[in-house]
Design a protein around this ligand. Structure first.
Ligand SMILES: Cc1ncc(COP(=O)(O)O)c(C=O)c1O
Length: 377
């Protein structure tokens, strides 16, 4: 599914040297290596402020809390995402309100959000938290309009979308604030947990810096309840190096995605979609969007059988996500039930992520395509 060693080997010397420099300074928490990465990351995305923190989950919470989202507020987000999109809202003390996804992109549907905002719960909604799932931006044109019309904040969950853009504007630079994850499987990845908040708003940035460090402006004087959410110096050093290569890696991911498309078309396996019947539905790059292919996710009616068949042939796959958030045991109290979000529920039954990473070889992709063709025959 993913072989991180292929990325590590050519970078070995550069990475070890950078780790040695952190050891030489003995600055293990924040420090110059994190500050340097923050400056480089902000410049790369064209954003005024980049604030390194412990994880994407903490970045989401920091962004929400710093934007003033808390008790008495509601935040709209999709049910088809990683758990953090919802748990961060709860941790900020706000109420998550879910709206269904667009079956073609798996991203939050602007029409579903508008329907929700026209309903009785809309009075408490203060923000929308769209997720750029699998490496493709949500329809930002629509969400920018909705937020403007209704005076709502937009917080991007850009955890899977480093380098993606919408009409030339980078994910991370679109909303009031954005959260990135540098979890080891992400397109830009740390050697452990790490995350980042991006924003163009000076005041919000300052609040994130304070909240990530126990609410302190002055050492041991706590102005508010913050948390320990500081980025580790080693992670800053590693990320600064990988930042130089990530555009190239994203281009290679594009090549891998194009090759899958061509192989599946050549084998006659492709259906138009969005719903599959006998073959597979391929992921789409929508107009205006530059996809960075964090995942290559196909759709298949007999998904579980296909996955078992591939596993038998030692082909790794993953399901992002098998249980939509509204049906998670931990989120029962949100009050949703089976049938609340039919598109998310259907996607959870049908999606299958295939191996994709920059170093994936053409012969390996041919093996994947041949195995899927054999299954479907
Ligand atoms: C969409 C999404 N949001 C949030 C997160 C949370 O990031 P982290 O694992 O760094 O806490 C992830 C990553 O796992 C994610 O994929």
């Amino acid at each position: 599914m993913l072989d991180l060693k292929r990325q590590y080997q050519p970078l070995y010397r550069e990475l070890i040297e950078a780790l040695g420099q952190v050891m030489a300074t003995q600055q293990f928490i924040l420090g110059e290596s994190v500050a340097a990465f923050e400056r480089a990351a902000a410049e790369k995305l064209g954003v005024a402020h980049a604030i390194g923190c412990t994880s994407g989950t903490d970045a989401l919470w920091l962004a929400l809390a710093a934007a003033g989202i808390g008790p008495g507020h509601a935040v709209v987000t999709p049910p088809f995402s990683f758990f953090s999109s919802v748990s961060a809202i709860l941790r900020a003390g706000a109420q998550p309100l879910l709206a269904d996804i667009d079956p073609a992109t798996y991203n939050l549907s602007p029409a579903a959000v508008e329907a929700l905002l026209n309903g009785p719960q809309s009075a408490y909604v203060k923000a929308i938290l769209p997720v750029h799932l699998y490496g493709q931006c949500v329809d930002w044109t629509a969400f920018a309009r909705i937020a403007k019309e209704r005076n709502l904040k937009l917080i991007e969950d850009a955890a899977q979308a480093w380098g993606a853009d919408w009409n030339g504007l980078k994910a991370g630079a679109l909303g009031d604030a954005a959260a990135f994850s540098f979890y080891p499987t992400k397109n830009l990845s740390a050697a452990g947990d790490a995350g980042m908040v991006m924003t163009n708003l000076e005041e919000l940035a300052e609040r994130v810096r304070i909240l990530r460090n126990h609410g302190m402006r002055r050492r041991y004087y706590h102005d508010e309840i913050g948390w320990n959410a500081r980025m580790d110096g080693f992670q800053g050093a590693i990320l600064a190096i990988k930042l130089k290569y990530v555009d190239g890696w994203n281009q290679l991911r594009h090549t891998v995605a194009r090759r899958y498309h061509a192989l599946f078309h050549a084998a006659g396996l492709v259906e138009a979609g969005p719903y599959p019947s006998h073959g597979i539905v391929l992921p789409q790059e929508v107009r205006g969007s530059h996809h960075v292919w964090h995942q290559y996710v196909i759709r298949c009616k007999r998904r579980d059988e296909l996955r078992a068949f591939l596993t038998e042939r030692k082909i790794g796959t993953e399901i992002y996500y098998p249980v939509p958030l509204h049906l998670q045991a931990a989120l029962k109290s949100l009050g949703y039930k089976e049938g609340s979000f039919p598109e998310a529920e259907r996607a959870a039954r049908e999606v299958l992520a295939l191996p994709i990473f920059p170093e994936l070889r053409e012969d390996e992709q041919q093996t994947v395509a041949a195995a899927i063709a054999e299954f479907l025959s």
